[in-house]
Design a binder for this molecule. Sequence first.
Ligand SMILES: Nc1ncnc2c1ncn2[C@@H]1O[C@H](COP(=O)(O)OP(=O)(O)OP(=O)(O)O)[C@@H](O)[C@H]1O
Ligand SMILES: [Mg+2]
Length: 489
Amino acid sequence: MARLNLSLEQRAVLGVALIHLLVLPMVGGLLLVVAQETLTSSFVQRVRTVARGVADAIEIPSVLDDAKQTGNLLDSVILTGEGVYAELLDNGRRTVSALNRPTVAYTGVQDLHFFEHSASAYFIVLPINTPGHSAEVRLAFDKRATLDNIARIRWNSVKVLLAYAALSLALTVAFVRHLTRPLARLRLSARQVASGDYERRLSADTGIPEVRDLAADLETMRCELVGVTAKLRAEMAERQKVEAQRQALEMELRRRQRLETIGRLAGGVAHEINNSLVPILVFAQVVFDALPADSPSREHVTGILRSARRSKEVIKKMLTFSRQLDLGKLELLHLSEPVDEVVRLFSTLAPPGITVAKRIEAGCPPIMADATLINLLMMNLCTNALQAMHSTGGALTVTLSRRAVPDSGSGEELRGAYLDLGIRDTGHGMDAATAERIFEPFFTTREPGEGTGLGLAVVHGIAESLGAVVLVDSSPGAGTEFKVLFPIP
Ligand SMILES: Nc1ncnc2c1ncn2[C@@H]1O[C@H](COP(=O)(O)OP(=O)(O)OP(=O)(O)O)[C@@H](O)[C@H]1O
Ligand SMILES: [Mg+2]
């Protein structure tokens, strides 16, 4: 059988309506029977008493012989108000009251109960026991007033019972609402919890202990579930973090492997070329010296020497990158000095429209480094910065500060105290694809012949040999900041 999907309120109303439908007709019927019985028996008793009185008066011996007296007695029945017919039959002689209602006539039968025979009149026939007379008196009384009363009581009962039923239903609705209001509030709170508001408390401000207990149980359940959800969320976040770290490390490893392979190859090639360049430079110089001062060939040999020296510069950079350059002896070095020097140099070199500034934090500790390498590293970074601001102008700022990278810092290799050398420019910046490749040897975005693409490869090589890390932060149009983090010994 299909289940009725009704609310508590609807069910209560339906239940009360059904009960009233069964009970009220029975109660109404019972009341009506009692009222009817009372009214009819009172009527019968009353009219019989009147009839008996008249019969007793007629039985007095002289009365039957006096037509006037008998007529008066019959009239007195009608004059009671309820009488509608009065007749005396004496030795075959019929006397009727002049006041009889014309529409009523004796039917030949008398009534024993109220609802017998005629619908409007109640007939009583009483014998008159007087010697020498065979007589009987026939009287009728109006039933309509009693019937009207019964009908009025019936209608009033229906009205009262209907009003009672309506009042009961209204009270039921009010009571059920009073009962279900805390439940509705509880349900609302539960829905809010289900839709993500996990901190919403589940409580019921009610005097009904069952509902209060239910709310308390649900609240306990919510607390437990919220705890579980928070734990699961934290676990998921932790897993995502670990996965992101793993991916970053994997990318870094691949980048390093690539750089290492290229570095090794570049180192080998550079070494070979360097070996060939030395005799070229020496013999070209010998030829140059041997030529007379006005020889037109001197210019050609100068060209050879210039190209060979430039190639030697490139080779030097390649060797630095691939760490085949003699790193010299590392010593404790305060970076403020090379920073001063480079800033002074670039202030002179910078074209108008570009300002060069420095910010050195007081008390920066020394690091293990080599002054020439640090110079080379800063020269490359500052040259790039000037080139990035070449057409627009801007500001180059070199900073030096102490920095502590906490344990939960940006990656495994960065942890502890560092000296932070920052080179910031307000130039054209880089997109992500460029920034990804800048440390690759020979990667350049400059016009052919303008850049070797080895500057940052050298920076990377130097930083790595000193145990430092290079970080870059750049976006198109927003300038670039390089940070070299040297470990503080
Ligand atoms: N400060 C900077 N702002 C914008 N782009 C930069 C910056 N520094 C480096 N780059 C980009 O990184 C590329 C590689 O730089 P890198 O110094 O290695 O080579 P290069 O400057 O092109 O050539 P070289 O240094 O040999 O003259 C550059 O071509 C440029 O696109
Ligand atoms: Mg460069």
